[in-house]
Design a protein around this ligand. Structure first.
Ligand SMILES: [Zn+2]
Length: 263
């Protein structure tokens, strides 16, 4: 059972200190590799002058992002909208085709993932909603554009829901090594995924996952049941029948999927 990976795992802590916040372009050393950009910077065009730039964080809206220039060396980008409703399109990301790692942090107005289809070197993708907005899920049109990302190794979708096709497009992504999907889809969605992705790791590919909280009654570690649209935490000992019923249903759904025999 793989553990639940936090955003900090995908975005190592040691990196935090290395980012220089750009206030004036004239202060930025020509060999800068890690830059963070927010107000009052109005254009990303000067990034052309930093050919060694590898890691970039942008806090901004459509007006700033649409000034993004092609950056051949850039391999990691974290994008946060400021204000949270200020970013509606990922289209400018088609300029950064060498990206290997992309974090989309709290972009609730972005609906289409189509532009990500151009990122043919992407290995890690994290789409997350701000932790203070967990009750409002980020609605995406479809996950279909992700299904062509053959280099993707790790995909984390936290705080999302999907308008069309649910999790079905992910079933094609048998090359994924690690997958996280927030537990707000149906049991059939997760069970089918578990059948389709037999070599992928991730808590959402199991009927239940330990949550590290002891039961008040028996001290047994509680579990979260995967595929309850209202997430349920239960004690596998005190609520054994409830948990067993859920696990049986998950396995039944998984077995009913054509790929269930799998490798
Ligand atoms: Zn108990």
């Amino acid at each position: 059972m793989s553990s639940i990976v936090s955003p900090d795992d995908i975005n190592p802590l040691e990196d935090h200190d290395r980012f220089m916040i750009v206030r004036n372009w004239s202060d930025v050393p020509p060999k800068a590799t890690h830059l963070a950009i927010a107000k009052p910077i109005a254009s990303l065009a000067p990034l052309r002058d930093f050919p060694q730039l590898r890691h970039l964080r942008i806090f901004g809206g459509d007006a700033l992002l649409c000034t993004l220039v092609p950056l051949p060396e850039l391999c990691s980008l974290r994008l946060s909208a400021v204000p949270s409703k200020g970013l509606t399109s990922l289209e400018p990301l088609s300029n950064v085709v060498n990206l290997e790692r992309l974090i989309l942090h709290h972009l609730p107005q972005v609906k289409s993932l189509e532009p990500l289809g151009a990122l043919r070197k992407l290995k890690d993708l994290l789409i997350e909603i701000s932790p203070c907005s967990v009750t409002t899920l980020h609605e995406l049109n479809s996950l279909q554009p992700l299904a062509g990302l053959r280099t993707l190794e790790r995909l984390e979708l936290r705080g999302i829901r999907v308008r069309e096709l649910g999790l079905r497009p992910l079933e094609q992504m048998t090359w994924l090594r690690h997958l996280v999907v927030n537990n707000r889809f149906e049991i059939e969605d997760f069970a089918r995924l578990a059948a389709a992705l037999p070599t992928t790791q991730g808590f959402c590919l199991h009927p239940s996952v330990p949550v590290g909280i002891p039961c008040d009654q028996c001290q047994h570690e509680k579990v979260m049941l995967i595929g309850r649209t209202r997430p349920t935490i239960a004690c596998p000992q005190c609520q054994a029948k409830h948990v067993e019923r859920h696990v049986a249903r998950f396995q039944q759904c998984k077995a009913a999927y054509p790929n269930a025999a799998g490798p």
